[in-house]
Design a protein around this ligand. Structure first.
Ligand SMILES: [Zn+2]
Ligand SMILES: [Zn+2]
Length: 140
């Protein structure tokens, strides 16, 4: 992964460069992600110290511990991030993410039908996820 991964929002006002990233996409079907992402939120992980952002970014605190960021001009979703933690970047912003595989779905039992992805990746239910992450607010 020598070359940095370059991304941009729809209008181009925000650019994001990731010097390192994990190259695997996770999808979340929880109620917040469904609303925020039009049905799902997809993301791949990049460490905080490897991400460079230019342009104005709007942030929404979707919970006590996480923010969702978007371009205030065009509305493109940029990332979700626990406070100070790694970025979960939206793959669609990055042409170089086109071949990243889907490796995991969370809140899989909450998925809208159109977003029932095929494949053999792990599917974690809401109950399983919330048992593992007790700080997540029950949202529906
Ligand atoms: Zn924009
Ligand atoms: Zn979610």
């Amino acid at each position: 992964m020598a070359e940095p991964l370059n991304g941009a929002c729809l209008c181009g006002a925000v650019t994001i460069t990731a010097a390192r990233w994990n190259g695997e996409v996770s999808a979340c079907h929880c109620a917040m992600c469904r609303r925020w992402g039009g049905g799902i939120m997809a993301g791949f992980v990049a460490p905080a110290d490897a991400v460079t952002v230019t342009g104005e970014v709007a942030r929404y605190a979707s919970s006590d511990f996480a923010e969702r960021a978007f371009c205030p001009r065009c509305g493109s979703g940029l990332w979700m991030r626990d406070n100070g933690g790694d970025y979960e970047l939206s793959p669609g912003l990055f042409d170089g993410a086109a071949a990243f595989p889907l490796v995991r779905e969370v809140y899989a039992d909450q998925a809208h039908r159109f977003a029932a992805f095929e494949g053999d990746h792990p599917r974690i239910t809401r109950a399983e996820y919330e048992q593992e992450h007790p700080h997540v607010k029950r949202d529906a």
